[in-house]
Design a protein around this ligand. Structure first.
Ligand code: GTP
Length: 596
C-alpha cells in the first residue's frame, strides 16, 4: 500500500472505558472479522487479560476502509492500558500518527487516560476525542465533551459520540481517522528503519515481532540487524495481521506488520529497538529506545519446597514472552528456596504471580515488594539493594530511593483525604488543577516505596472507588531510611526485614511484632518477638509458654487412638518452619506478609 493511503492510529482509554469493544466493532464493520467468527474481545488473547479486563500486550490489526472511492489501509495498534506499562504505551504511540482519545461518557476522563494523553501530545500526534457508551442511561456526553474540549483545546462539538456496544457512530470514527490522521512520511529509498513496538512469544512460530516501518523496505528472506545489539537474523516470514497473520512480499514506508526470524526469546527482539537491513544498514537508530528495567522486587517461594523445580521451569517459560521479568535464586532461612524476582510494577508482579499459580498449579508466598535502593557506603563504594535482608548494616553514608511522579484524579469532595494520604506517604505536591468544577487533578512526587505496597487500595477506599492513579518513575532522592529486623527468640527472620523511613520504623516494628504474636502458636517455652534497628530493640512482644502433651489426654489405654494423634501431630509439623527452635506455621508467614 502506498503511504498516502495508510493511516496508523491507536486508542488511548482508561481500563473499562470500552477500548476492546470498540476495536472489535471496527474489525466487524470493516469486514475483517466475520460476525460469527467474532470472539469476544478479539485483541486480548490471554485468559487473565480477559478475566481482569485489562490489555497487557499490544498488537496491530490492519483494516480496509473506503472513503470517496479510495481504498485505505487503517492500522490499529492496541496499547496496553495500565501504569506499569507506560513504556510499552509510549512505543505504541510512537508507531502512529494519530490516536483516538476514548472516554466513557458516563465516567469522564481518568488519570491513566490523562497520562497517556500527555504522552500523545508530547509526540505531536493528532488526537480524535471520542465519547463512548452513549447508549448508557447514565451517559452525560454534553458534560464530558466540555471537559475533553477544555483539555485538548477543541470545540465540544468536535467530540464524536459512539457506542461500541451498539455500533452507533463507529463508521464516523473510521471516516474521521482517514480525514484527520496524517499519512505516514518516510524515505522509501533510504536503508530500512523499522521500530519494534511489540514482541510476543508463540509456541509454534517462536517470537513474533511487530514493527512499524519508518524508512525503506523490509523483504522476506533478507538478513536484518537489531540496532541495539547488532545481532543479525534472517527474515523467515513477514506480513500483516488482519487479524490472522497473512504473509506478504514485504513492508514499505508507513506500514505496520509482523516479522518472524526464528529467535526463541523476546529479549532478542526488544520493544523500542530499530530493525534495519544487514546488506545496507541505517546509520542512526530511531529515537527512544530504552531497556525495560524492573522497578519492584519480591521473593517468590513455593509453599511446598518440593515444587521448587516446577517454579524454576515456570519462570523460564514466562520469561520467553516477557523481556521485563528478571529472577535469580534466593534462599531464605524462613521460607526455604525460591526466587528473587524483579517486575515493572505491582500489576506486573500480580499478573506473573497469578499466572504461576494458575497455569503451573503452584502455591506460592511472595514477600513484601521492595524497590531498588542505591546505597553509598562510608568508604565511597556504591551498592544497589533490592532485598531488605541484604541491606548493609552501619557504614552507610547515604541512601537514595526511587521517586515517582504521581497523578491522582479525584472528584473534588475527596481532595482533603487524598492530600492527607499523599502527605502521610512523604509526598510533595507539585500541582493541583480543576479539570471541571467537580473534578481535580493532583500531582505529587512520592517515594516509590510508599506507593508499591497498598497505596492504590487505600486511595480507592478513601474516595469510594472514584479516584484513579497513574505514576511514572522520576529519579532518586536521598532519604533517612533504616532497616527494621524482626527476631524470634533472638533469631532474625529474613523474610520480615524491611527498609522504612526512620519516622515510621517504630510503628512498623510494633505492628509486625503484634501481628506475629497473634499468628504464632504458643510453644513449650517462652518466645520473645523483637523488632530491631541494628542492635537496638524498638518493640517487643512475648508468646507465653505452654506445656503441650497430646498423649496425656489418652489415659494410656487406647493404642490406636494414641497412634492417630501422633500421626496428626506429624502432619501438622510438616507445614511448620523452624526458625531457631521456634516452630512457625506456614500460614503465619503468609498472613504476616499480606497487606492488611
Ligand atoms: P481494556 O482494554 O481491557 O483496558 O478495557 P476496555 O477499555 O477494552 O474495556 P472493554 O471493551 O472490555 O469494556 C469494558 C466494559 O464496558 C465491558 O463490560 C463492555 O461490555 C462495556 N462496554 C464497552 N463499550 C460499551 C458501550 O458502548 N456501551 C455499553 N453500554 N457498554 C459498553
Amino acid at each position: 500500500t502506498p503511504a498516502e493511503l495508510i493511516r496508523n492510529f491507536c486508542i488511548i482509554a482508561h481500563i473499562d472505558h470500552g477500548k476492546s469493544t470498540l476495536a472489535d466493532r471496527m474489525l466487524q464493520i470493516t469486514g475483517v472479522v466475520e460476525q460469527r467468527a467474532m470472539r469476544a474481545q478479539y485483541l486480548d488473547r490471554m485468559d487473565i487479560e480477559r478475566e481482569r479486563g485489562i490489555t497487557i500486550k499490544s498488537q496491530a490489526v490492519r483494516m480496509p476502509w473506503e472513503v470517496g472511492g479510495a481504498g485505505y489501509a487503517l492500522n490499529m495498534i492496541d496499547t496496553p492500558g495500565h501504569v506499569d506499562f507506560t513504556y510499552e504505551v509510549s512505543r505504541s504511540l510512537a508507531a502512529c500518527e494519530g490516536t483516538l482519545l476514548l472516554v466513557d461518557a458516563a465516567q469522564g476522563i481518568e488519570a491513566q487516560t490523562l497520562a497517556n494523553l500527555y504522552l500523545a501530545l508530547e509526540n505531536d500526534m493528532t488526537i480524535i476525542p471520542v465519547l463512548n457508551k452513549i447508549d448508557l442511561p447514565a451517559a452525560q456526553p454534553e458534560k464530558y465533551a466540555e471537559e475533553l474540549a477544555n483539555l485538548i483545546g477543541c470545540e465540544p462539538s468536535d467530540c464524536l459520540r459512539v457506542s461500541g456496544k451498539t455500533g452507533q457512530g463507529v463508521e464516523d470514527v473510521l471516516d474521521k481517522i482517514v480525514a484527520e490522521v496524517p499519512a505516514p512520511v518516510g524515505d522509501p529509498n533510504a536503508p530500512a528503519r523499522a521500530m519494534i513496538f511489540d514482541s510476543v512469544y508463540d509456541t509454534y512460530r517462536g517470537v513474533v515481532t511487530y514493527v512499524r516501518v519508518v524508512d525503506g523496505q523490509l523483504s522476506p528472506r533478507e538478513k536484518i540487524v537489531m540496532m541495539s545489539t547488532r545481532a543479525t537474523h534472517e527474515l523467515l516470514e513477514i506480513g500483516v495481521s488482519s487479524p490472522e497473520p497473512e504473509p506478504s512480499k514485504g513492508l514499505g514506508v508507513g506500514e505496520v506488520g509482523y516479522l518472524i526470524t526464528g529467535v526463541k526469546d523476546v529479549r532478542q527482539s526488544k520493544v523500542g529497538d530499530t530493525v534495519t537491513n544487514a546488506a545496507k544498514p541505517a546509520e542512526v537508530a530511531l529515537e527512544g529506545y530504552r531497556e525495560a528495567k524492573p522497578m519492584v522486587f519480591s521473593g517468590i517461594f513455593p509453599i511446598d519446597g518440593s515444587d521448587y523445580p516446577i517454579l524454576r521451569d515456570a519462570l523460564d517459560k514466562l520469561k520467553l514472552n516477557d523481556a521485563a521479568l528478571v529472577y535469580e535464586p534466593e534462599n531464605s532461612a524462613a521460607l526455604g528456596f525460591g526466587y528473587r524476582c524483579g517486575f515493572l510494577g505491582l500489576l506486573h508482579l500480580e499478573i506473573i504471580r497469578e499466572r504461576l499459580e494458575r497455569e503451573f498449579d503452584l502455591d506460592l508466598i511472595a514477600t513484601a515488594p521492595s524497590v531498588i535502593y542505591e546505597v553509598t557506603l562510608d568508604d565511597g563504594k556504591e551498592v544497589e539493594v533490592t532485598n531488605p535482608s541484604e541491606y548493609p548494616v552501619g557504614k552507610i553514608a547515604e541512601v537514595r530511593e526511587p521517586m515517582v511522579r504521581t497523578t491522582v484524579l479525584t472528584p473534588s469532595e475527596f481532595v482533603g483525604p487524598v492530600m492527607e494520604l499523599c502527605q502521610q506517604r512523604r509526598g510533595t505536591m507539585l500541582a493541583m488543577d480543576y479539570l471541571s468544577e467537580d473534578r481535580v487533578e493532583l500531582r505529587y512526587m512520592i517515594p516509590m516505596a510508599e506507593i508499591v505496597f497498598d497505596f492504590f487500595d487505600i486511595l480507592k477506599s478513601k474516595t469510594r472507588g472514584y479516584a484513579s492513579l497513574d505514576y511514572d518513575v522520576d529519579g532518586e532522592q536521598a532519604a533517612d531510611l533504616v532497616k527494621v529486623d524482626i527476631l524470634l527468640q533472638g533469631e532474625q527472620v529474613d523474610a520480615f526485614s524491611a527498609i522504612v523511613h526512620r519516622d515510621k520504623a517504630y510503628s512498623y516494628g510494633v505492628m509486625m511484632a503484634g501481628k506475629l504474636r497473634e499468628l504464632i502458636p504458643r510453644q513449650q517455652f517462652e518466645v520473645p518477638i523483637q523488632a530491631a534497628i541494628g542492635a537496638r530493640i524498638i518493640a517487643r512482644e512475648t508468646i507465653r509458654a505452654i506445656r503441650k502433651d497430646v498423649l496425656s489426654k489418652c489415659y494410656g489405654g487406647d493404642i490406636s487412638r494414641k497412634r492417630k494423634l501422633l500421626e496428626k501431630q506429624k502432619e501438622g509439623k510438616k507445614r511448620m518452619k523452624m526458625v531457631g527452635r521456634v516452630e512457625v506455621p506456614q500460614e503465619a508467614f503468609i498472613a504476616a506478609l499480606s497487606s492488611d
